[in-house]
Design a protein around this ligand. Structure first.
Ligand SMILES: *Cc1c(COP(=O)(O)O)cnc(C)c1O
Length: 382
């Protein structure tokens, strides 16, 4: 399909692309000085002591789970309403995920009470996911984790630039994992970042993401007779200098981009406020800067979501569903798990286009297409 309004569309300025090209011209293509600079800039930006650039958010989640020592016999409380990486990291580490419900049907993030209910003998950690960049109940869950002596890991794939009371997403617990994948608000292609204040976790992750070698290529490059030792079992989860160079320039406009996203979010809310059959999910408080990575809304029970999406597609508007529930089908399917709010939300939610370079005719087209699609006879059979 050719979309009049795609869900997102990454765009780069000339100077940003030049930073990428300059890095390619420098002759150094793997992890090196630009990646070291990115570590500094990113850790300062979020206010974490350590930032470790890696190949993806999924890799960062995996390193976090291994780095805090999760393994067989451990249980980790996770949302089911999330992308697989939030939970597959737990499984890859050998631990067992336990699904908890979201706070409500317009609050699609983990509920503190639901998390508390899942805490048992074997619980060692909680993983939150900042849905669409909204921190949700993260501060309360961080408090609960402290009280119960549990580890908190944050999947903040959507949340570059999201803060609550000045504190950046990813810094409420022991570790946070960001994504630079194309569809995220800081999307540059592929990539991720692990942040933590914990020196031991940072050191372990930095070695493990590089095959577990004791020294890095840039260091060895400057030695007369370089050698390395295999200190531990690891992976190739490396990032690289060209993408670091691009990210460093994109970071400069992240806050501005997020403000533009916030403005589009507000304009959608204004356009939908008079409509009965669609309800946007809760927005972050206007006091807190946020990434506005996704615009999501819940459709009335009388509507057929597939028909609604088809009707938008016919008008050139791309939509998505964030997310099919993990406990409902496929690898994690479990008929014994019941999560009423997650199940209700996942059956009625829809994601609409949102990206900073969206033009006003595109915003209007989406609003008009939603209005028309709601008034069409798309009611599901009762
Ligand atoms: C996209 C996404 C990820 C995975 O990010 P990658 O960088 O592609 O590994 C993890 N968690 C959530 C919530 C996501 O949306």
């Amino acid at each position: 399909m050719r979309w009049e309004v795609p869900l997102c569309r990454p765009e780069f300025r000339q100077d940003e692309l030049e930073a990428l090209v300059d890095s390619y011209r420098s002759g150094w293509l793997t992890v090196g000085p630009r990646t070291a600079e990115l570590e500094d800039v990113f850790s300062q930006y979020v206010g974490a002591r350590h930032a470790i650039p890696v190949s993806s958010c999924s890799a960062a989640m995996h390193l976090a789970c291994l780095g805090v020592g999760l393994g067989p016999g451990d249980e980790v409380i996770v949302p089911s309403l999330t992308f697989t990486s939030t939970v597959s990291a737990v499984t890859h580490a050998g631990a067992t995920p336990r699904f908890a419900d979201i706070a409500g049907v317009t609050e699609p993030w983990l509920s503190t009470a639901a998390v508390e209910e899942q805490i048992g003998e074997r619980t060692r950690a909680i993983i939150t996911m900042a849905y669409g960049g909204h921190l949700g109940e993260t501060p309360q869950i961080a408090e609960l984790a402290r009280e119960r002596d549990l580890i908190l890991i944050e999947d903040v794939a959507h949340a570059a630039g999201s803060r609550r009371d000045g504190r950046h997403a990813g810094t409420f617990g022991l570790a946070g994992a960001f994504s630079f994948s194309a569809s995220k608000n800081l999307g540059i292609g592929e990539g991720g970042m692990l942040v933590t204040d914990d020196a031991e976790l940072a050191d372990r992750a930095a070695r493990q993401m590089w095959h577990g070698l004791g020294s890095q290529a840039w260091t060895r490059h400057h030695q007369a007779s370089p050698q390395y030792q295999l200190g531990m079992l690891g992976f190739n989860y490396r990032f690289d200098d060209p993408r670091s160079a691009l990210l460093l320039s994109c970071l400069k406009r992240l806050d501005e981009d997020n403000e533009r996203r916030a403005a589009i979010d507000r304009s959608y809310r204004a356009a939908f406020s008079q409509l009965d059959l669609i309800e946007p999910t809760d927005s972050p408080s206007c006091e807190d800067p946020a990434s506005y990575c996704l615009f999501t809304a819940v459709l009335d029970r009388s509507l057929d979501r597939d028909e609604f999406r088809k009707s938008l597609a016919e008008r050139g508007v791309q939509t998505s569903v964030h997310y099919p529930l993990l406990h409902k089908s496929g690898f994690y399917a479990d008929p014994n798990v019941r999560l009423a709010n997650s199940e209700d939300y996942a059956s009625r939610c829809v994601t609409l286009p949102l990206f900073p370079q969206m033009e006003s005719w595109q915003e209007e087209l989406v609003a008009e297409a939603v209005r028309e699609s709601l008034s069409r006879p798309v009611h599901a059979a009762a």
